[in-house]
Design a protein around this ligand. Structure first.
Ligand code: NAD
Length: 405
């Protein structure tokens, strides 16, 4: 059942547009800001028919288009500075991020640097961006990171050997334009990895710790946390994943499933940016650095183990997840309904054929202590976990995820 509204805050893009062919709305949105448009994309998408059509639609609107087509996956910081160097002396009024999370995050960071100067590391952490930035229009081609709706950009910093986040309400895209047709070309492995990312955003946000509502949470410089608004969106997103992810993976041509996942990814971004994720994300950062596994594969693999660790504290939410994923929980007591939720989560992860254990990613048993220790560095994510986590807690999760217990 739906609880009466108690407290809620959401920070979102000014415009959110969803639907087939809506990518052609981008030219009109961009024209609001001036005539000089930068498109950030990656080498694969730079030569795609979809990019050519986007550029044509912008030029037909008399906009001057510059394409930066060299964004690298996972967004290494030197590439961002190369882009800024190439743009020296150019006037840019609006930036379009066309691609997966890497390209959308590129657009966000480029917008920060073009507006405020400096280098990416000047803005790591929360609320370090001093003010508004050039408008970004996010056009995702994966479903997905949800970056189109988030206040976050994730970069890979080779000097630190880590992924680092820039988090600020100023980098929420002005517009998120979610056209599922752009994801039709995703091969099954990419659909699985990016769809798992979406699923984990939704489940971790829905099961995150609930903070006491205070009036300061509504101000822009405070991290919001799970609330009644993020809960409704997350639960709808989980239901969409339940109906769409496995079909999109097995039947890439299924337009209904692609549309469902595009929407689910957007919902995942909306909640991730406001409620925040937790332990699966904290543990994935060192795992990803060690194994170079795609982010979605790592978080998806970890989710069942994290959910089991958190079980005692999230039984009501797991029961709701069970229902959202289509389980009939009538007549079950709360614990049995929660077990059904865990099983339903397992089933989604198994059906998209992610590797089941950390061992399958090439992690060695001798790496586990270091992974556990480094996970605790993501303090905000660790603090957002519904069960308080210390070194012993994270160690027990990584050992379970290694052995498949
Ligand atoms: P990606 O952007 O790194 O792209 C991965 C590969 O998929 C690339 O080779 C790309 O060309 C290809 N690809 C993209 N769309 C395609 C399509 N339609 N058809 C065929 N190939 C396509 O992948 P991603 O998973 O979307 O993004 C990952 C990045 O996003 C990571 O850096 C991650 O940390 C970050 N991320 C950011 C946020 C946020 O809120 N900003 C949230 C989650 C993850």
């Amino acid at each position: 059942g739906i609880r009466p509204a108690t407290f809620g805050v959401l920070r979102l893009p000014r415009s959110v547009v969803v639907g087939a062919q809506q990518r052609f709305a981008v030219a009109d949105i961009a024209a609001e800001f001036g005539t000089n448009v930068l498109v950030c994309t990656d080498p694969r998408l730079a030569v795609s028919e979809e990019l050519k059509a986007l550029v044509r639609s912008l030029e037909d609107r008399d906009l001057t288009v510059r394409v930066y087509g060299d964004t690298q996956a996972e967004l290494p910081t030197p590439g961002i500075l190369d882009c800024i160097e190439e743009l020296k002396g150019q006037e840019i009024d609006v930036i379009i991020g066309f691609g997966g999370g890497s390209c959308m995050d590129m657009a966000k960071v480029v917008s920060v640097l073009l507006t405020h100067g400096g280098k990416p590391s000047d803005y790591y952490g929360e609320f370090a961006v001093p003010g508004p930035t050039k408008p970004v229009i996010a056009l995702p081609t994966t479903a997905g990171t949800g970056s189109e709706a988030t206040a976050i950009a994730v970069v890979s910093d080779p000097d630190l050997g880590m992924k680092m986040g820039i988090s600020s309400p100023h980098i929420i895209p002005f517009a998120a334009v979610c056209d599922p047709e752009l994801t039709y070309s995703c091969p099954p492995s990419l659909t699985a990895a990016t769809g798992a990312d979406t699923f984990v955003h939704l489940v971790e946000s829905f099961t995150a710790i609930t903070r006491e509502p205070t009036h300061t949470l509504a101000t822009e410089r405070v991290f919001v946390g799970k609330n009644i608004l993020t809960d409704s969106i997350a639960l709808n997103g989980i239901a969409l994943v339940g109906r769409s992810l496995v079909t999109a993976y097995k039947d890439p041509e299924n337009t209904e499933a692609r549309g469902g996942m595009m929407l689910a990814a957007l919902y995942g971004g909306m909640v991730l940016s406001n409620a925040g994720t937790a332990a699966a994300h904290a543990i994935q950062y060192p795992v990803g650095a060690l194994t170079h596994t795609p982010h979605g594969v790592g978080v998806g693999l970890l989710l069942p183990y994290v959910v089991r660790h958190n079980f005692q504290s999230i039984q009501p939410q797991l029961a709701q997840i069970a229902e959202a994923l289509g389980r009939d929980i009538r007549g079950l007591d709360e614990r049995a309904a929660a077990v059904a939720g865990v099983e339903a989560i397992d089933e989604v992860i198994a059906a998209i054929e992610l590797p089941p254990t950390l061992k399958d990613l090439g992690v060695q048993e001798s790496d586990l202590a270091q992974i556990a220790k480094l996970s605790l560095n993501s303090k905000r994510l660790i603090d957002n976990n519904p069960v308080p986590l210390d070194l012993a807690g994270v160690t027990s999760i990584v050992h379970a995820a290694f052995a498949g217990d």
